[in-house]
Design a protein around this ligand. Structure first.
Ligand code: GAL
Length: 853
């Protein structure tokens, strides 16, 4: 194709690629008390966290583009040290860890980048991002004035900075990086480290600044920062935040638009009205840069999740969901918010702020500059009551807990509590595992499984033998989740329990995180910590025989601690093992002779990987054994049809690990949240948000589906490998596809609507339009049916709308006329379209749900 190019296009091609690769001009990033100043211009910036290893390179351009489309100017990411420095001096920057490629994608999208190097990051990431090996470098204490820690931290920071410099990625070199972060929320923990903590803060700031990046450094939640760095806020709300020094701008590095999940707990959601409220309040009160943590949360592939118990999904209820789809209405509502804030940019950044009280918990801030430009934010912080307020001689209706934005100090273009953008209904559509159509499987009917059983206990030469229980993490050094603790125990033939049907009781106390107990190769029971509390005490009746009994405990970690003072010293594994109900009472096995084996045989031989696949003898069968512990399953499958994102449905499995074509999908564990947790049917957005305010999924598995990126699939011949610890039914595993099945919109006839394309701060009123709804199905699909439409007083929410007492009977046919068979459509509330005379005393509303296919 290249050689067949005609000379002229070829030249053009070279010129264009030269242009694309040549870096743009250097620009200056500075700041004052009001904002960052980029090349002499004050900036009001919307930033979005997307962590590169939490998706795959094939998804990066789409994610960045979707953020840009959502009105985002800046992409923010941490740098994940333990993903890059696998052992001292052994670096990895390939695949999901190709940081330079990620930065360049952001650059090509014409966006800025905030690089939070840390290199301690927390982030619900294994060990907070610090390599586990560093804990075992003698004399190391993390995050304090400690020589080995500082040596390795500086070395890694310098490496990252040099790498960015070499690729000309800093603004001072024409690149996208406008800010860099050192450390992460150290202010919360500094005092735990005494004087050493204070010295470390100074050292970290100085070390960072001496890197000469040409861009400012930030430290988030740092309460005694030196003047050379900017301290920033992390919280659900940062309107009241003030940087320590008056010459620093008010920046918000982490606004959490949702929250993370832990295996066995319910699913947190933050309502879009409250996220928008917090953002609007921040800019209302003089903020100038706000970052969503996370904008796309993504997936903790493999064993990267922190812990204990952070799920493999890091969806975070973020504006872009784990699978890369816009989460609507959150994404769309925030997009409208961003547009509205941007209309105020000039007045906000250059005007003089004036604050007014409009009532007991109602206030206005307006910003007017010498040219007459004026922008105002008016808010009602009352958690229950809607209010009418008067601002500059005009009355405004403010729903409870909401902010209205007036880019001309007159017209409301946006209210945080009025969601007009579309809602989408997303489904996981089940598809059975399809036997591969490649030669291998061609002659066989149905899916063939290959099965390999792990031995319970020591499967090869022991790694260690001791007359005590050792710490799990100190022994595995996190090279695997698994550590076998085995011992044997003699039962006298005259023991009573052998004759009657009683069972002795095994009692294990463990620092965490989870454990399966095997006696004489048979699973007796499992125990684990709960929530984020890793220690547990576990009792289970056991069956013993006369003579020698083998006890094998499979101890497991489920993600290492990722934050807290001295977090690296938190251990795991059993501390006491006793058997109750023997003739002589309790037998304490804690100081018996214990033999240890690190990891599983299948892991050791890498039987999930192309190279290791054949290093064990798999048993081939169409009917794999069900509910068997310690079992490896392998199947060769076709990719599910279509292009929709894919999730592995593991609801019928127990707990374990999964891989596709050698790529680590991650830990699965469809552990259920207690049905006694607090869950809500409908979330009341009003009032302060806390992570447990609007949970769903009580009594259901925290995580049923596990994201398998499309780019990991070949059309055919994909090797799926599962390691099941305690027992499940592999024949019920599905590869479901994630689809937007319908979209809804619901607005009232007085919804603020403007022609945003042409809107200017000065003449907002001229661009007022009739209220309208816009509906859009995913690319490649069409509006195939109108499931519901009612102009009047419809009730319910998307998916369950119902006609009210006031209803225009032509609503459905009107929507059909405008929308059917289109990818998107727009419908104004006008007398041409609807019967406006209906129920004259009511402010009418239009609710629509259409199917996409
Ligand atoms: C912050 C921390 C982030 C992340 C977040 C919760 O305190 O800086 O890295 O852990 O909490 O998702």
């Amino acid at each position: 194709m290249f050689t067949s190019m005609a000379p002229l296009p070829l030249l053009l091609f070279f010129l264009l690629s030269l242009l694309a690769s040549s870096s743009s001009a250097a620009y200056n990033v500075s700041y004052d008390t009001r904002s960052l100043i980029i090349d002499g211009q004050r900036k009001l910036l919307i930033s979005a966290a997307i962590h590169y290893p939490r998706s795959v390179p094939a998804m990066w351009p789409g994610l960045v583009q979707l953020a840009k489309e959502g009105g985002v100017d800046v992409i923010e990411t941490y740098v994940f040290w333990n993903g890059h420095e696998l052992s001292p001096n052994n670096y990895y920057f390939g695949g999901r860890y190709d940081l330079v490629k990620f930065c360049k994608i952001v650059q090509q999208a014409g966006m800025y980048l905030i690089l939070r190097i840390g290199p301690f990051v927390a982030a619900e990431w294994n060990f907070g991002g610090v390599p586990v090996w560093l804990h075992y470098v003698p004399g190391t204490v993390f995050r304090t004035d400690n020589e080995p820690f500082k040596y390795y931290m500086k070395k890694f920071t310098t490496l990252i900075v040099s790498m960015m410099k070499k690729e000309k990625l800093f603004a001072s070199q024409g690149g996208p990086i406008i800010l860099a972060q050192v450390e992460n929320e150290y202010g919360f923990y500094e005092s735990a480290y005494g004087e050493g903590g204070k010295r470390y803060t100074m050292w970290a700031a100085n070390m960072a600044v001496s890197q000469n990046t040409g861009v400012p450094w930030i430290m988030c939640q740092q309460f005694d920062p030196p003047d050379t760095v900017i301290d920033t806020c992390n919280s659900f709300y940062c309107d009241h935040f003030k940087p320590i020094s008056p010459n620093k701008p008010k920046l918000w590095t982490e606004n959490w638009p949702g929250w993370f999940k832990t295996f066995g707990a319910s699913d947190p959601h933050r309502p879009p009205e409250d996220v928008a409220f917090s953002v609007a309040r921040f800019f209302h009160k003089g903020g100038s840069l706000q970052n969503y943590y996370m904008y796309h949360g993504g997936t903790n592939f493999g064993r990267t999740s922190g812990g204990p118990f952070i799920t493999t999904s890091y969806d975070y209820d973020a504006p872009i969901d784990e699978y890369g789809l816009a989460r609507c209405p959150k994404w769309g509502h925030l997009k409208e918010l961003h547009r509205s804030i941007k209309l105020c940019e000039h007045a906000l950044l250059n005007g003089k702020p004036i604050s007014l009280s409009l009532g007991p918990s109602q206030e206005a801030d307006f910003y007017e500059d010498s040219s007459g430009a004026c922008a105002a934010f008016i808010s009602n912080m009352d958690e229950k009551n809607d209010k009418m307020v008067v601002f500059r001689n005009t009355s405004y209706f403010l729903p409870a807990w909401s902010v209205s934005i007036l880019p001309d100090c007159k017209n409301v273009v946006f209210n945080t509590a009025k969601v007009g953008s579309q809602t989408s209904v997303v489904e996981m559509v089940p598809t059975d595992l399809q036997p591969s159509t490649t030669a291998l499987n061609k002659d066989l009917n149905g899916l063939q499984w290959n099965v390999f059983k792990e031995k319970a206990g020591i499967w090869a030469a022991a790694d260690l033998t001791k007359n005590s229980l050792v710490d799990h993490i100190n022994t595995t050094k996190d090279t695997t989740d698994y550590l076998w603790y085995t011992t044997s125990f003699l039962v006298d033939g005259t023991e009573e329990f052998l004759k009657n049907s009683t069972s002795p009781m095994l009692v294990v106390e463990s620092k965490g995180h989870a454990m399966h107990v095997f006696i004489n190769q048979k699973l007796q029971g499992s125990g684990s910590g709960n929530g984020t509390v890793s220690p547990f005490k576990f009792r289970c009746p056991i069956s013993l025989k006369a003579g020698k009994n083998e006890i094998a405990l499979l101890s497991m970690t489920v993600g290492l601690q990722n934050a807290g003072a001295f977090y690296e010293w938190v251990g795991a594994g059993p501390t006491s093992v006793r058997i109750l109900g023997m003739r002589n009472g309790t037998v304490d096995l804690s100081t018996s002779r214990w033999t240890y084996k690190i990891g599983l045989q299948g892991e050791h031989l890498k039987i999930y990987d192309t190279n290791g696949l054949n290093s064990v003898s798999w048993v081939s069968t169409a009917e794999p054994p069900k509910h068997q512990p310690l079992t490896w399953y392998k199947a060769v499958v076709d990719s599910p049809p279509g292009k929709d994102p894919v999730g592995l449905d593991m609801i019928h499995m127990g707990k374990g690990l999964a891989w596709l074509n050698g790529n680590e999908i991650g830990r699965y564990w469809p552990r259920k949240a207690s049905k006694h947790e607090k869950c809500v049917q409908k979330c009341d957005y009003r009032g302060k948000f806390m992570p447990n305010k609007c949970n769903t999924g009580c009594g259901e598995p925290t995580q049923r589906w596990y994201h398998v990126p499309r780019s990991w699939f070949k059309p055919s011949g994909n090797t799926l490998v599962i390691f099941e610890e305690k027992g499940g039914d592999p024949t019920k595993i599905l590869l479901s596809t994630r689809k937007v099945s319908s979209v809804c919109a619901h607005i009232s006839e007085d919804h603020p609507s403007f022609d945003f394309e042409h809107l200017q701060e000065s003449a907002v009123g001229d661009y007022r339009k009739k209220a309208s709804i816009s509906l859009k199905c995913p690319a490649g699909t069409r509006i195939s049916g109108v499931k519901f439409a009612s102009f009047g007083d419809p009730a319910g929410t998307c998916g369950s709308y119902a006609v009210g007492e006031c209803h225009d009977p032509n609503s459905v046919s009107m929507v059909e006329k405008v929308c059917l068979n289109q990818n998107d459509c727009k419908l104004e509330i006008t007398k041409e379209n609807f019967n406006m005379k209906l129920c004259p005393s009511l402010v009418k509303r239009l609710a629509v749900e259409v199917a996409c296919s």
